[in-house]
Design a protein around this ligand. Structure first.
Ligand code: MG
Length: 399
C-alpha cells in the first residue's frame, strides 16, 4: 500500500553462494520489481558466483583471492566489476548504490563488513549471528549512532522482532527462544561419544549450512542466539529463556508485563524471515507464486515443548555463562567454537571434544581478565586471534 514498496531496494549479498545467500537470491528472483542485486560476494565457490552474476547482473562481485582469476576471466565480456579479498568485502558495503546489506557470510569474518555497512547507515538484513555474538556491543552502539536499521534473518529473532511490532520495550518481561533440539534430541551425553559429522549434519527441520548444523546438534546455536537476542533487543540474558520445540513451527515467543504471550508461527522455511527482513519496515512482501508452505491444522495438532537437557548439551550452559559474563567472553566462546566445529567436521576431534575445547578457552579467558577485553574493534580482533591460536594448539594436542 505504501509508496516505498514501489522503489527497488538494491542489495549487497555477502555470502551469496551459501544457504541463506542462495535462498535470498530465490526471493529476489521472484520479486524483480522490489529487489535488485548490486553486489554479490563469495569465499571459495567461484563457479556458483559466476552463474549468479550472469543471472542477476550485479554492478560488482567479490571473491576470495584463490578464485579471482577464474571469476575475472568468466565475467570479462560483461561490465560487472570483479574484486578479491577482505578489504574489497568492506568497500562494497560502503557503496552509495547499496541500500541493504544482507550479511550471510559464516563466522567471525562477518563482523568488519557489517560494521562498515552500519557506519554507512545501510539497512542490515542480518544472518550472521557471530557478528553480534563477538561484537554486539560495538555493532548496536554504531547502529544507533549512524541511524542504521538491523533486521534479523535468524528465524527466532525474526519471530521476536515481529512479536515486538507495535509494543513498548518497557512492557517486555522475557523472551523465549525456541529450538528444535537438533538431531540428537533425547540422547544421553555418553551416547554421543562416537557420533560422526554426517549424523550431526542431519538437521530434522531446517535446511542450513554445515557450521550452523553442527551448532544445532551441540545446542551451541541456541546459546549463541541468546547472546544475539540480548544485543538485538537490549535485553539482559537472564530474561531470555530456551524452550525445545522439535517441530519448529513456533519460531519464538515474547511475554509481556500483563502476562500476555505473543508467538510467531509458520512452516520452517528461511525464505519467510528473509522476505520479512528485506521488506521491513514496509510490512510484508507479497509471497511469490504461492510456493511458501501454509500451516495446516494437522501441523498445529502436533506441537510439543520441553526443557533443554543441559547435561547432554553443555554448550548451552557455557554460552549462557558467557552471555552473563560479557566483555570479551562471548568472543572467546565464538572463536573456540568455530575452530572446534571445523576440527570436528575435518575428523580431527570427536563430537564431545567440542564442548571440552570451548570450556577450556572459556575458563582461561575468565581467569585472565577476558571480561575486560573487547571495548574496541582492534582489541576484539586481537582477542579473537589469540583464542584461535590457543584453540589450534589445543586441537593439535588432541589428535
Ligand atoms: Mg536460528
Amino acid at each position: 500500500m505504501t509508496e516505498e514498496k514501489q522503489i527497488t531496494q538494491r542489495l549487497a549479498i555477502l555470502g551469496s553462494t551459501g544457504s541463506i545467500g542462495t535462498q535470498t537470491l530465490d526471493v529476489v528472483r521472484h520479486h524483480p520489481e522490489e529487489l535488485s542485486v548490486e553486489v554479490l560476494t563469495a569465499g571459495t565457490q567461484a563457479d556458483l558466483l559466476i552463474k549468479q552474476a550472469l543471472e542477476f547482473k550485479p554492478n560488482a562481485v567479490v571473491i576470495g583471492d584463490a578464485g579471482y582469476e577464474k571469476v575475472r576471466t568468466a565475467l570479462a565480456s560483461t561490465d560487472i566489476k570483479v574484486f578479491a579479498g577482505e578489504e574489497a568485502l568492506n568497500e562494497v558495503c560502503a557503496f552509495d548504490t547499496v541500500d541493504t546489506v544482507v550479511t550471510a557470510i559464516m563466522g567471525s569474518r562477518g563482523l568488519k563488513p557489517t560494521l562498515t555497512a552500519v557506519e554507512h547507515s545501510k539497512k542490515i538484513a542480518l544472518a550472521n549471528k557471530e557478528t553480534l555474538v563477538m561484537g554486539g556491543h560495538l555493532v548496536c552502539e554504531a547502529a544507533e549512532r549512524y541511524g542504521a536499521t538491523i533486521v534479523p534473518i535468524d528465524s527466532e529473532h525474526s519471530a521476536i522482532y515481529q512479536c515486538l511490532q507495535g509494543e513498548l520495550r518497557m512492557d517486555v518481561e522475557r523472551l523465549i527462544l525456541t529450538g528444535s533440539g537438533g538431531p540428537f534430541l533425547g540422547r544421553t551425553f555418553d551416547s554421543l561419544e562416537n557420533v560422526r559429522p554426517e549424523e550431526a549434519l542431519k538437521h530434522p527441520t531446517w535446511r542450513m549450512g554445515r557450521k550452523i548444523s553442527v551448532d544445532s546438534a551441540t545446542l551451541m546455536n541456541k546459546g549463541l542466539e541468546i547472546i544475539e537476542a540480548a544485543h538485538l533487543f537490549n535485553m539482559r540474558p537472564e530474561y531470555i529463556e530456551v524452550l525445545i520445540h522439535p517441530q519448529s513451527i513456533v519460531h519464538s515467543l515474547v511475554q509481556f508485563c500483563d502476562g500476555s504471550v505473543k508467538a510467531q508461527m509458520g512452516v520452517p522455511d528461511m525464505r519467510g524471515p528473509i522476505m520479512y527482513a528485506l521488506s521491513a519496515p514496509n510490512g510484508r512482501m507479497a509471497e511469490f507464486d504461492e510456493v511458501m508452505p501454509r500451516l495446516t491444522l494437522d501441523m498445529l495438532k502436533q506441537l510439543t515443548f520441553e526443557e533443554p537437557d543441559r547435561d547432554t548439551f553443555p554448550c548451552l550452559s557455557l554460552a549462557e555463562e558467557a552471555a552473563l559474563a560479557g566483555g570479551g567472553i562471548p568472543c572467546v566462546l565464538n572463536a573456540a567454537n568455530e575452530l572446534a566445529v571445523e576440527a570436528f567436521l575435518d575428523g580431527k576431534i570427536k563430537f564431545l571434544e567440542i564442548p571440552a575445547i570451548v570450556w577450556g578457552q572459556f575458563n582461561t579467558a575468565m581467569a585472565t581478565g577476558g571480561t575486560r577485553r573487547g571495548d574496541t574493534l582492534e582489541d576484539l580482533l586481537a582477542l579473537d586471534a589469540e583464542v584461535r591460536e590457543a584453540t589450534r594448539r589445543m586441537i593439535d594436542k588432541q589428535k
